[in-house]
Design a protein around this ligand. Structure first.
Ligand SMILES: *Cc1c(COP(=O)(O)O)cnc(C)c1O
Length: 419
């Protein structure tokens, strides 16, 4: 049974989340399948940031730290993010970058795990984890004389030996879109005496996450992907309440102090997650991120992350089915797992030749996905604003790019700095 354009239009007509798209500015003629890399512009953001610049900064000046609520933005935005990842109010702060937050929580997890078991000297992660995560872990291991052990996904359980302090994983893999069972993996880690650090860069706002339900130990995530916070938006950090007060994170700047405006020379960490802040926050970027979070939370009355997940799976199922129906014989292989429980909100295809150029040819046609070395064509499906008809057209363009061979043109084979 083949899927027609009419079928896709019918799916859009029945989509209970369709109106949420109106919250975003999407350029005419673009099918945006890269919200997993940089989310789109919330319609409220330009005016809200302009107001923060002209009124709050221009007129309010330093008074705005109190009067405009600037000072409490990490906690206020953190509480909004918490609703999307199964954290309680007061458990998350929005701050710094994902890489920096990883450094903080990985330090904390190592210190806590090793306080009772100093013989545990290993961090386990996946070889295919996002490189910044591996680099931060490698640097921390070098500094502390520890070892980073990299394994394939199927080797994780066997690697959890008595030498291991921390298991550091990205919940949804950035290249393949494969998703771990957070609760099951955490349970296996705890049974082996190992703490877990989860990177939610491709999960927050993309798939339901229940950090407390999974009994996870630490988590971090990204503000500019599915949360639509804008380029370089602040990231977030969560520590399970059982750990939050146990450790001074190493970037113990004054914003993490219990009483920053006492200006005492000695350090006393703030209680709870606020000790994971470091210094003064980028308020204008925080302002834009809050617009993205509010747009995301507008889905709560419509069923929230569960409803978004249902649509996301329908979109990715449709994309897979259409690629297999319409693009067969062109050497495109499905990399992302077919099983729903193992799939994030993206679909990756691989092709031994021309993957980069095919993505460039699609971008020239207005279908924006991205390429991940060495051979992956990556397509993100953000259920807040991607529609079913768009999926149909995206696959039609892919079919035409393959049939015409236009990807072989020299201009599509010229590598740019950012892929
Ligand atoms: C996108 C992403 C990051 C980004 O880190 P930055 O510090 O924002 O550059 C980190 N980890 C993973 C798994 C990612 O997907």
């Amino acid at each position: 049974m083949t899927t027609t354009l009419q079928d896709c239009r019918a799916l859009d007509a029945q989509d209970p989340l369709r109106a949420l798209r109106e919250q975003f500015v999407l350029p005419e003629g673009v099918i945006y399948l890269d919200g997993n890399s940089l989310g789109v512009l919330p319609r409220t953001a330009a005016a809200r940031v302009a107001q923060a610049v002209t009124a709050e900064w221009g007129e309010g000046l330093i008074r705005s730290w109190n009067s405009a609520g600037w000072y409490s933005m990490p906690q206020r935005l953190g509480d909004k993010i918490g609703q999307l990842v199964g954290a309680q109010a007061g458990e998350v702060v929005a701050t710094d970058s994902t890489s920096i937050n990883l450094f903080k929580v990985l330090s904390a997890a190592l210190s806590i795990a090793r306080a009772d078991a100093p013989q545990r000297r290993v961090i386990v992660s996946e070889r295919s984890n996002f490189p910044t995560d591996l680099y931060i872990a490698e640097a921390l291991c070098k500094e502390r004389g520890l070892t980073l052990q990299l394994v394939e996904p199927e080797g994780i359980a066997a690697a959890l030996t008595q030498d291991v302090a921390v298991l550091m994983l990205t919940h949804v893999n950035y290249r393949t879109g494969a998703m771990h069972d957070m609760a099951a993996v955490t349970q296996a880690a705890h049974a082996a005496g190992v703490l877990t650090v989860w990177d939610l860069a491709h999960s927050a706002g993309a798939v339901p996450v229940d950090l407390n339900g999974a009994q996870a130990d630490f988590a971090i995530g990204c503000g500019y992907k599915y949360l639509n916070g804008g380029p370089g938006a602040p990231a977030f950090v969560w520590a399970h309440p059982r750990h939050a007060d146990r450790f001074w994170q190493p970037l113990a700047g004054w914003w993490s102090h219990a009483a920053p405006f006492e200006f005492t020379p000695g350090y006393t960490p703030a209680p709870g997650i606020s000790r994971y802040l470091c210094g003064t926050q980028p308020i204008l970027s925080m302002t834009a991120l809050e617009c993205g979070l509010d747009a995301m939370l507008a889905a709560q009355p419509l069923g929230g992350m569960q409803a978004l997940r249902k649509k996301s799976l329908a979109l990715t199922d449709l994309f897979i089915a259409l690629v297999e129906e319409r693009c067969a014989g062109h050497g495109l292989a499905l990399v992302t797992p077919r099983e729903h429980a193992q799939r994030g909100s993206q679909v990756c295809l691989s092709r031994s030749e021309g993957a980069y150029a095919i993505v460039q040819a699609l971008i020239a046609r207005g279908v924006i996905g991205d390429f991940r070395a060495p051979d992956i064509l990556r397509f993100g499906f953000t259920p807040l604003y991607v529609g079913f008809e768009e999926v149909w057209h995206a696959v039609e363009h892919l079919k035409q790019v393959m049939e015409s061979g236009e990807w072989q043109r020299p201009e599509f084979n010229q590598k740019h700095a950012v892929t």
